[in-house]
Design a protein around this ligand. Structure first.
Ligand code: F6P
Length: 377
């Protein structure tokens, strides 16, 4: 009887890095190599590495000692297969990716990434490649999975930051606003805000009224507590701004011609760039309305860097191992989702283009309200 062909897997990490990527690479790699006897090639810097055929050999040696290491040994980029900047021009590089996939005789391409990566992976699957994805992002906003790796570590970091801001805010009788990552989803801000006992939590899913926030802070002052911690997501916005954004987004969705789409996209980009600095504006507004000194701390990339937490190592290892199981079974075109203690393959069509925001009825929202946190509404 002929010996079964050794399966060859390609793997890449795309989008913003997040803690747990190396644990996931190791989980896929060790299971594929050691458990199933497959071969695995790493492509550098996301989809760009696959286009430019830049590789990293993944074997026992390269996979050793990476479980606890932050970032990604493969490197990453936000490049998309169908819209990649090549020699100053935006080009669709799908054909080149398909060619390189065939050249290396791959049986499957594993893509580790967030929402954008899920969409790119679906396109490649539709172009005829066997693709599997894992959900990664500190934002925790990938659809159809309980959670994404990177989130737990970022939650620890953001919570510790809020803990530390308390004593200085208290000592100086100040409002301290901690800006937490998350342009479109408030999981990280809400989670860290609750765990760190923030007095105000502002997330993109709940547009705020500055006057409501100021009133909550003044109420605290009236009973002698003249400091407050405000946890604000990057993408949180006032009711007025949210209306303008919603109108621009609706326009983009309605746009049919290339020109209309271009214009609607440009309008949204302008609005987004204007939103930068919103936290500083909020601090000034609160200072005026409450007469308390205000300070801003932008947590930024600290939230994404460094060693993954045990929870993220565990999740990434579980998803990685399950991914190799699916390749062995010949199941493709899916994302490996976390579902309670188990993992589950979910068709990419159900994931791509669907962001998971914090639902209004989520228990964390109720929890925040129960303990008297102002959500700005
Ligand atoms: O990857 C998710 C994320 O960390 C968001 O929370 C943040 O808004 C964004 O990436 C920052 O992107 P970049 O790394 O491109 O600056």
């Amino acid at each position: 009887m002929a010996k079964p062909k050794t399966k060859r897997i390609g793997i890449l990490t795309a989008g913003g890095d997040s803690p747990g990527l190396n644990a996931a690479i190791r989980g896929v790699g060790k299971t594929a190599l050691g458990f199933y006897g497959m071969e695995i090639i790493g492509f550098r810097d996301g989809f760009r590495g696959l286009v430019e055929d830049r590789r990293l050999k993944l074997d026992k040696t390269t996979l050793a000692g990476i479980l606890t290491v932050g970032g990604t040994i493969l490197g990453t980029s936000r490049d998309k297969p169908h819209r990649m900047l090549i020699d100053g021009r935006t080009r669709d590089m799908t054909d080149v990716i398909v060619k390189n996939y065939r050249k290396h005789k791959l049986d499957c391409l594993v893509c580790l990434g967030g929402g954008g990566t899920q969409k790119s992976a679906l396109r490649l699957h539709q172009a005829g490649l066997n693709v599997i994805t894992l959900p990664k992002t500190i934002d925790n906003d990938v659809a159809m999975t309980d959670s994404t790796f990177g989130f737990a570590t970022a939650l620890d970091i953001a919570t510790e930051a809020i803990d530390r801001l308390h004593s200085t805010a208290h000592s100086h009788h100040r409002i301290i606003i901690a800006e937490i990552m998350g342009h479109r989803a408030g999981w990280l801000t809400l989670g860290a805000g609750i765990a760190g006992g923030a007095d105000v939590i502002l997330i993109p899913e709940i547009p705020y009224r500055v006057e409501k926030i100021a009133e909550a802070i003044r109420r605290r002052s009236r009973v002698g507590t003249n400091f407050s911690i405000v946890a604000v997501a990057e993408g949180a916005m006032s009711v007025e701004d949210a209306r303008v954004f919603a109108a621009a987004e609706a326009k983009r969705e309605r746009a049919r011609t290339v020109q209309d789409k271009k214009e609607a996209k440009a309008e949204l980009a302008t609005l987004e760039s204007r939103h930068t600095g919103n936290t500083l504006r909020l601090a000034r507004q609160l200072e005026e309305l409450t007469h308390l000194e205000s300070r801003v701390t932008i947590l930024g990339y600290v939230q994404r860097g460094g060693t993954p937490s045990p929870a993220d190592r565990l999740l990434a290892s579980r998803l990685g191992g399950a991914c190799a199981d699916l390749i062995h079974q010949g199941i493709f075109g899916v994302m490996v989702a976390a579902r309670g203690d188990r993992t589950e393959p979910v068709p990419l069509e159900k994931v791509a283009g669907k962001r998971r925001g914090v639902p209004a009825e989520h228990s964390w929202i109720a929890t925040a309200r129960h303990v008297g946190t102002c959500l700005g509404d």
